[in-house]
Design a protein around this ligand. Structure first.
Ligand code: F6R
Length: 244
């Protein structure tokens, strides 16, 4: 694992955007695995700027998002589809036919999970997977549990995740209780992983993911077994590390 320190959220975002930009430049038809949430927004903003400056071209890039709330339509402004369009896709020259996000409105869980796994397989897998980290150590919506889930699955969100995400909803009762998420196996099959983390509330989860035992109780800890992980984190998120 390579860990890059950033002095601020903006610096973290720029450093992470450099990693993605290098891949898009070297492999214009790469497959990017994307995340939602607060952590990657600055990274997307930086990539949009470089696109607008004429330095990046997304016309051949393909994407696969980590997750989507179950039950939310694309038009719902809290869906991850909506998030991706409004925080990234609408401002770059990506072909929307090349973007993939689990369909939160498909009530047939087994069919949706199989469809999404097949879609990722059809892309030839993910070249670079961008990840945020949950306060409880989750990656994607792979919540702490007794075992690492493999492929795309539907998960019951933990109370701590519902609480962390309530800031985006009118009330905690509006936060969906379930989500579709790529599984740990799919994430681990990405050829490169880029994790961004900022803020004190990620410090313990980040420390445990990098230094703790590899356990499904801390899903991020599985990344210790991946051969190509880059972590970009700010000082607050790295505050439990004494040796950096
Ligand atoms: C989002 C996702 C989640 C978030 C994590 C951190 O697609 O898969 O794992 O990355 O919950 O969220 P933020 O960045 O909002 O702190």
């Amino acid at each position: 694992m390579r860990i890059y320190k950033a002095s601020s959220y903006d610096e973290m975002s720029r450093k992470a955007a450099h990693v993605i930009s290098a891949l898009v430049t070297l492999k214009p038809d790469c497959v990017l695995g994307l995340a939602t949430g607060s952590s990657p927004i600055g990274t997307y903003k930086q990539l949009i700027k470089w696109y607008q400056d004429g330095d990046l071209d997304f016309s051949q890039v393909k994407t696969a998002n980590l997750d989507e709330y179950k039950g939310l339509t694309k038009e719902n402004d809290q869906s991850y589809y909506y998030f991706m369009v409004h925080n990234f896709f609408k401002d770059i020259n990506i072909n929307m036919n090349n973007t993939n996000i689990p369909d939160g409105t498909n009530p047939d869980t087994a069919a949706e999970c199989a469809r999404y796994d097949q879609a990722i397989a059809d892309l030839g897998g993910v070249d670079l997977q961008l990840l945020g980290l949950g306060r409880n150590g989750h990656i994607g919506f792979n919540e702490p549990g007794d075992a690492f889930a493999k492929g795309t699955h539907c998960i019951d969100l933990q109370p701590s995740t519902i609480d962390a995400n309530k800031r985006f909803f009118a009330s905690i009762d509006d936060v969906p209780k379930q989500a579709y998420t790529m599984g740990i196996k799919t994430i681990m099959q990405a050829r490169k992983i880029l994790l961004v983390a900022s803020g004190e509330d990620k410090a313990q989860a980040l420390f445990d993911s990098v230094n703790g035992p590899i356990t499904p109780r801390v899903p991020g800890s599985i990344l210790q077994l991946h051969p190509d992980v880059t972590i970009v984190a700010d000082m607050a998120a790295l505050s439990r590390f004494t040796d950096l």
